[in-house]
Design a protein. Structure first.
Length: 165
């Protein structure tokens, strides 16, 4: 079985954009296969000859109750974290730390897996480094600036990810 890299985080932080970017920039043709649960999508990916399975936890549907909604995010993060070899925890650098981020972070810490904390939507990384600092409070390691939309930081990230696989 290929190693699993799971992309987790609250809705709208850019998880699917990141997954699409990694899929497009990887060496192999990527195909989506139905996941074992309906809320997670699995992709075959490849970076510099290192094959892995990329998991997008993007299928979380908005629910009526805020509490159920948050519980769903936590369940997704937990399930993805448990099956992952490496976790990509995505947060939104244009918004800052939210309660939902903190909730996901608690789950991730329990999983005790290698985790990269990706501060996404930093489209001008040279000007936005100071936005990284507050994300240290999540307690999951050094925040890494990325822009899933423009691709800043994603190549270096993949080098570091596959080094752990
Ligand atoms: P998900 O719910 O976490 O999967 O988030 P999506 O990938 O669907 O992205 C949510 C929104 O954020 C979309 O409108 C994206 O275009 C936008 N987005 C994602 N990555 C970036 C980024 O690096 N920079 C900016 N400015 N917007 C982004
Ligand atoms: Mg998504």
């Amino acid at each position: 079985m290929k190693p699993i890299v799971a992309v987790v985080g609250r809705p709208n932080v850019g998880k699917s954009t990141l997954v699409n970017r990694i899929a497009q920039t990887s060496d192999a043709i990527v195909h989506e296969s139905r996941g074992v649960t309906r809320d997670r999508s699995y992709y075959d990916a490849d970076w510099c000859g290192h094959e892995f399975t990329l998991v997008d936890t993007g299928g979380i549907e908005p629910m009526k109750s805020e509490d159920i909604f948050s519980a769903s995010i936590r369940d997704q993060a937990l399930a993805a974290a448990e099956e992952a070899d490496v976790i990509l925890f995505v947060v939104d650098g244009s918004v800052g730390v939210t309660e939902e981020d903190e909730s996901v972070a608690r789950m991730i810490k329990r999983a005790k897996k290698p985790t990269f904390l990706l501060v996404n939507k930093l489209d001008n990384p040279d000007r936005e480094q100071e936005r990284l600092w507050e994300f240290y409070s999540l307690g999951v390691g050094d925040p890494i600036a990325v822009s899933a939309l423009h691709g800043h930081g994603t190549g270096d990230l993949l080098d570091d990810v596959v080094a752990l696989l």
